[in-house]
Design a protein around this ligand. Structure first.
Ligand code: KG4
Ligand code: ZN
Length: 370
């Protein structure tokens, strides 16, 4: 990487295909200026997976392979550019469903070979974790809660490749739990927005659902017991009334959402206390990932950040959920920092941000947990 690539304006094409969103974007960044999202195209696959109650990896991979080049074309067109206006390509190289990741990596390699452009393999989780720098130009370090359908972790973010995990889920990710309970209650996918909608009409106190792991110290989280408790409450209602009434469903959703919020809020409070003990002069708490779209959760997290004297950042929803703008931005961060920009990277189903943290067990919507 030449010094000029670290200091001159850069325009980077991003490609993302690690789960069920086919995405491409163009970001321009001049040092000392705020980055500009010139375009961000995200094509979801919800209807392709609707009959299966979850993401089917083979269907996702085929859909990415069919649509990715069109998404790249659309992103370039919306940015008013062709490939001659691009300085580098950044592509998600993992973690995620490997067929989809490979679709993106193969397309990116093809474009790089044809144009001679540098190619950067980006960790999808780094894309989420670096988003507050794209949207709000925050300085390092900051505390990040990454909370999505595939992941749930607290990260101390100190640089483009410096992540320390303070805690994580030991089983399901919260988005995955929202999706599963939506299925149990006969609501559509993705479950999060459907459960949030139902919960507006519900009484969060009617069912005594557990708050897993709050009785144990530390920042690790668990959501699978909560899902089982909800299943039991549902079965009791079905046995008593022969089915679920509308109010039952709303109350179950409200109770579930309240329990998830309580757990995330209390564990965030602990993670923030740990973080602020180390970095008291830069108290920034940021959230990213699809579950960060949940209004009840956002309000709770903002309140606890305020109470702790920290600034709270929640990127706009389109940049919380999976997108390629965050991948292009993470690529720019790597280039600016003079980090490994090697076209020889491999696609990886599992790729933890904090290599020294204990591996997580199980797999979720996005395959192996990182
Ligand atoms: O970040 P994302 O788009 O993809 C992953 O990396 O997983 O997150 C998608 C997840 C889904 O599980 C979806 O149900 C959840 O985010 N989600 C929500 C809401 N909107 C999306 N969960 C709770 N409340 C919401 N409003
Ligand atoms: Zn994601």
């Amino acid at each position: 990487m030449t010094a000029s690539l670290q200091t001159r304006p850069l325009t980077v094409l991003g490609i993302e295909s690690s789960c069920d969103d086919t995405a491409s974007a163009v970001i321009r960044h001049a040092p000392l200026d705020a980055p500009e999202v010139l375009s961000s195209v995200v094509w979801g696959q919800t209807e392709l997976h609707a009959d299966f109650g979850g993401v089917v990896p083979e269907i996702a991979a085929r859909a990415h392979a069919e649509k990715l080049d069109l998404a790249v074309e659309a992103a370039l067109q919306q940015a008013g550019l062709d490939l001659r206006g691009i300085d580098a390509i950044a592509v998600t190289a993992g973690p995620g469903l490997i067929g989809g990741v490979l679709s993106g990596v193969m397309l990116a390699r093809g474009i790089a070979a044809a144009t001679g452009l540098p190619l950067i393999g980006v960790n999808h989780l780094a894309g989420h974790a670096l988003t507050p720098r794209l949207t709000d130009c925050v300085e390092f370090p900051y505390l990040m809660l990454l909370v999505s359908g595939g992941h749930c972790q607290f990260l101390h973010v100190a640089g483009p490749e410096q992540f320390t995990r303070l805690g994580s889920t030991i089983d399901d990710a919260p988005g995955e739990a929202f999706d599963k309970i939506a299925k149990l209650l006969g609501l559509p996918q993705p479950g999060g927005p459907a459960v949030e909608r139902e919960a507006r009409q519900g009484d969060p106190a009617r069912f005594a659902l557990p708050r897993p792991l709050l009785d144990r110290p530390g920042c690790d989280l668990s959501f699978s017991g909560l899902k089982t408790a909800l299943l039991r409450a549902r079965d009791t209602l079905v046995a008593a009334h022969g089915g679920l009434r509308q109010q039952d469903r709303a109350d179950l959703c409200a109770g579930f959402q309240a329990a998830v919020t309580d757990v995330l809020a209390e564990k965030s409070r602990r993670a923030l206390a740990l973080y602020m003990a180390e970095s008291p002069s830069v108290p920034v708490f940021a959230v990213a990932g699809g579950v960060a779209a949940n209004q009840t959760l956002r309000v709770a997290l903002e309140r606890l950040a305020q109470d702790a004297g920290a600034r709270f950042l929640a990127p706009p929803l389109a940049l919380c959920t999976d997108n390629a703008a965050m991948i292009a931005w993470a690529g720019i961060e790597q280039m600016r920092a003079g980090l490994s920009v090697a076209s020889s990277f491999t696609a990886r189903p599992r790729w933890p941000l904090d290599q020294s943290a204990t591996p997580l067990i199980g797999s979720g919507k996005k395959g192996a947990k990182a």
